[in-house]
Design a binder for this molecule. Structure first.
Ligand code: ZN
Ligand code: FE
Ligand code: FE
Ligand code: ZN
Length: 271
């Protein structure tokens, strides 16, 4: 099955991915994509990313936007959307507002919302995995889902990315997460944001899609619409796992996936 859309794509600018935007477009063409959304990591506050290995430098933001917009002009066969992946980090609202505003003025249309940080800990960063040993896994899940719900309800995001990210390295709550899934789905429904079915988890120790199938079914029950993203950090990951994402979406009840176009608009693709 040929992939159709990919709403979550990085480039070498973030410091932990490889490949230029041009190379990702070439890969998208090879995969037969109709549309792709570039979502480079919006610059983080300096103290959270001092070595610039988690997000692009603020000085690269304008260049990133120019390159993607230029590529769009030169690529008639694939719809290219300029987006960013933005972190939800309480206590850094000013930084987020300033960089988001700057991105908007540079032409960014789609904002993917992510929770990667609990306090100043990037819990999904492989370089920081040892910090899990000092944590209560149940508490991590509860804190994460609270933050995620706040982000989803904020109305600041077109899409909420990789919804159950804490499972990345295999950390599972000891309790039944169904009530969390329910609250998260309600939060997404409240703002009308899309949920990303992310195939990145298939490349990680957890080896499953984000979100879990039960979580996805809960989203469907709450009429939350979905999109699909690979979270590509290398060109050959563009469109990765598309068939698995479609299978999960269909079996949860979905008949279509949405491409975020910005300003709350979507284009729907029947599955
Ligand atoms: Zn990344
Ligand atoms: Fe992310
Ligand atoms: Fe990402
Ligand atoms: Zn991501």
């Amino acid at each position: 099955m040929r992939a159709l859309i990919d709403c979550h794509i990085h480039t070498e600018l973030c410091g932990h991915a490889r490949g230029t935007a041009e190379e990702y477009v070439a890969a998208a063409r090879a995969a037969g994509l109709a549309a792709m959304v570039f979502t480079e990591h919006l610059p983080l506050p300096r103290d959270l990313d001092p070595k610039h290995h988690l997000s692009m430098r603020e000085s690269d933001l304008a260049c990133y936007c120019e390159r993607v917009l230029d590529l769009r002009d030169r690529t008639p066969d694939i719809e290219i959307i300029l987006g960013i992946e933005a972190d939800w980090i309480p206590g850094h609202a000013e930084h987020a507002a300033r960089t988001r505003d700057l991105a908007g003025r540079l032409g960014v249309e789609v904002v993917l919302g992510s929770v990667h940080f609990l306090g100043d800990w990037a819990f999904d960063d492989p370089n920081d995995i040892a910090a899990w040993d000092a944590r209560d896994v149940d508490e991590v899940w509860l804190e994460y889902s609270r933050l995620w719900c706040d982000a989803a309800r904020s109305g600041e995001f077109d899409v909420m990315a990789h919804p159950d990210l804490p499972k990345k390295f295999g950390h599972r709550p000891t309790f039944d997460p169904a009530p969390l899934y329910d609250e998260m789905a309600r939060s997404a429904a409240a703002s009308g944001c899309l949920i990303e079915i992310s195939t990145a988890g298939l490349r990680k120790p957890v080896n499953e899609l984000y979100p879990a199938q039960r979580f996805l079914e809960t989203c469907f029950e709450h009429s939350v619409q979905v999109t699909v993203g690979s979270d590509a950090h290398a060109p050959d990951e563009v469109g990765f796992g598309w068939a698995r994402a479609v299978e999960a979406a269909r079996s949860a009840g979905y008949g279509r996936v949405g491409l975020p176009l910005g300003h709350g608009e979507r284009r729907w693709y029947e599955l």
